[in-house]
Design a protein around this ligand. Structure first.
Ligand code: ADP
Length: 307
């Protein structure tokens, strides 16, 4: 039994720090090479598990060393991996990342097995999906697969939380059956065509997302927190000021916090406040999965901020 099923991507990030990012044809000498498990699906699964949620991962890795390492990492974080497929025809997804001294980066993503997660995979996982409270997805696996999973989950009354990242324009009816959309400013803009540069604009974007048939839309606003849009109205939940070290995976921590809070039975405004706390705490620590806060930290920060 799991509370949340995550259908999404797993990538191995291959990271090298360099003096400067090489130009075409140039070779530069890098510093230490590190491998870091990532991918939005895996990060969000880890974020929820870190907060005590029972999570099952669905997706594909290659039958290779990166795949084994990513599954071992997820398992170590408390995420169920028994239903992740090992794809013998495609390599694991990877991201080649160079980071220069100013923190600028250049990234090449090769989705590999993530790009092969299929409608048949979703149908084969019906028993896993149907017993969950929530199905959580992103846009790093093929969109027809995501669409099929929305349909299957809604037939079983499983609530779908969708983070349309990286942003891709889709037909408005794509979201029929989704319970909650969580988009950052860029994603909200690409989906709605509305520039999100103020709280009022975020509220308008939230409403536009809801007009696509989704009861709840959340637009995350970085240091400004998040905007919750429901039929009861709009609510801005500010983020508290912290010493920001690295905002990588803040959005993933936010989503982990959101599902954890909803599973605790919190109403939407409280749940978004809890999620905002999780997102903000993730910005105070370097890294992606390494920066995800645990339940004790989020709860302490959440209680501290109560009026
Ligand atoms: P993404 O990482 O997907 O682009 P955001 O940048 O909107 O998403 O961040 C997600 C959440 O992380 C925000 O809603 C907020 O709670 C928290 N957060 C991000 N950046 C900051 C920051 N500079 N200060 C405080 N909280 C932040």
């Amino acid at each position: 039994m799991s509370d949340v099923v995550v259908l999404g991507s797993m990538n191995m990030d291959l990271v090298v720090r360099v003096g400067h990012i090489p130009r075409p044809g140039e070779t530069v000498l890098g510093r230490d090479f590190v491998t870091v498990p990532g991918g939005k699906g895996a990060n969000q699964a880890a974020a929820a598990a870190r907060l005590g949620v029972r999570v099952e991962m669905l997706g594909r890795v290659g039958a290779d060393a990166f795949g084994e390492a990513m599954l071992a990492n997820l398992y170590a974080q408390g995420v169920g991996t028994a239903h992740v497929r090992r794809d013998h025809a495609n390599p694991s997804g990877i991201a080649l990342i160079t980071v220069d001294e100013r923190g600028e980066n250049a990234i090449v993503v090769a989705p590999g097995a993530n790009g092969r997660v299929s409608v048949e995979d979703v149908e084969g996982a019906e028993d896993v999906i149907k017993q969950a409270q929530f199905l959580l997805m992103q846009f790093e696996v093929p969109l027809p697969t995501v669409r099929a999973a929305i349909g299957l989950a809604s037939r079983w009354g499983v609530r779908v939380i969708l983070n349309p990242a990286p942003a891709q324009a889709v037909r408005p009816d794509f979201f029929q059956g989704v319970y909650c959309l969580v988009a950052n400013e860029t994603e909200a803009e690409i989906l709605t065509g509305l520039a999100v540069r103020s709280l009022e604009a975020a509220a308008r974007a939230g409403q536009a997302l809801r007009q696509m048939g989704v009861p709840v839309a959340i637009v995350t606003l970085g240091a400004e927190g998040a905007l919750l849009s429901t039929e009861e109205g709009d609510l801005h939940v500010p983020a508290r000021k912290v010493e920001v070290v690295d905002t990588t995976a803040a959005g993933d921590a936010f989503i982990g916090g959101l599902v954890a809070a909803l599973l605790k039975g919190m109403p939407w405004p409280e749940a978004v406040r809890y999620a905002t706390c999780a997102g903000t705490l993730a910005t105070t620590v370097l890294g992606a999965q390494t920066s995800l806060p645990d339940a004790a930290r989020v709860e302490a920060f959440f209680r501290e901020g109560r009026p």
